[in-house]
Design a protein around this ligand. Structure first.
Ligand code: 76R
Length: 275
């Protein structure tokens, strides 16, 4: 009997921190306004220096429309420590008094390789290898190393925001764990088939929506963060609506709060946040 409760093989990429802020009213007194402007200009310089760190990631500022936040900062970094440094740098920055934190989310970019998992299970079955055994672990290590080198993984594990997709949509989600509707009790091959349908829907939006799936099990309150970029915000509504009809979302998906907005170009940050 094949073991069916296997987690899919995964590859992890950049760590991600989403930070939500409110902006207090601008000071009225002239001297304070000048000081505020100076702090904001310094912050704009810092954010500019983080906009493209090459292999070390990037940070983007977004104006959030609606919700209980005014702005969202999204940081991609290679390690959790590097994210911690970002947090400390911002907390110690003089402009931190002008940005009131109202929430954050920690996760790590994740590629779940269901298709590869099923192929490896077939191979193991042919070779008489038991999933979970030492030999299986060795097969997994080799396959993951090969997958990591591929172009698909390289592009996805350290994602960037496409220049022509300034809008952002972020929300956390879980897969349901209820009697009769428990994602984690489904056999791995069934989960793989459901994820294939999901991927087919998603790929119809290629070039219109760019998605970053990041895992937050062990890091934050939900199981995944979903960060979408698009040229037209209507595409968020269209894609998310369509996915609700896919079995995997219809039966198993639970969602947290949604945040929507658009990127503030680095050269506009000082005017955007300053008095
Ligand atoms: O067959 C494949 O290639 C599937 C690739 C794929 C995986 C493994 C994929 C494709 N996703 C995967 C995993 Mn996704 N995704 C979401 C959401 O709102 C909702 O209903 C769900 C939120 C969106 C909008 C979205 C978009 N995806 C995941 C996982 C992890 C599952 C696990 O491990 O159990 C989650 C939680 C998740 C959720 N997905 C795509 C998209 C899009 C647009 C694609 C196609 C991308 C492309 O191939 O270009």
């Amino acid at each position: 009997m094949e073991r069916t409760n296997l987690a899919p093989l995964t590859l992890e990429g950049h760590f991600l921190l989403h930070q939500l802020f409110r902006v207090p009213p601008s000071p009225e007194e002239e001297g304070e306004r000048v000081a505020h402007r100076k702090r904001t200009e310094a912050l704009a310089e810092l954010l500019k220096s983080w906009a493209d760190l090459g292999d070390d990631g990037w940070s983007g500022l977004y104006r959030v429309v609606g919700g209980s936040a005014d702005y969202m900062l999204v940081h991609f970094r290679p390690t959790l420590e590097a994210l911690g440094e970002v947090e400390v740098d911002l907390r110690r920055h003089p402009a931190s008094q002008d940005l009131v934190p109202v929430g954050d989310y920690v996760s790590v970019v994740e590629l779940s390789l269901y298709h590869v998992t099923v192929l490896l299970l077939d191979e193991a079955r042919e070779q008489g290898v038991e999933p979970g055994s030492g030999e299986w672990e060795e097969m997994v290590r080799e396959r993951l190393a090969a997958e990591r080198k591929g172009r698909y993984a390289q592009e996805r594990l350290r994602p960037v925001q496409p220049d022509d997709m300034p809008h952002i949509c972020f929300y956390p989600m879980d897969k349901r764990r209820q009697p009769g509707e428990n994602w984690y009790m489904l056999p791995v091959r069934e989960r793989a088939a459901l994820m294939q349908e999901h991927g087919t829907t998603g790929r119809r939006y290629a070039g219109r929506v760019s998605q970053v799936i990041s895992a937050s099990v062990g890091f934050d309150d939900w199981e995944w963060g979903v960060t979408l970029f698009a040229a037209d915000p209507i595409e968020f509504k269209a894609l998310i609506t369509e996915m609700r009809y896919d079995e995997v979302s219809a039966l198993y998906a639970e969602f947290g709060s949604f945040w929507v907005g658009h990127r503030v170009p680095t050269e506009r940050i000082a005017d955007e946040l300053g008095p």
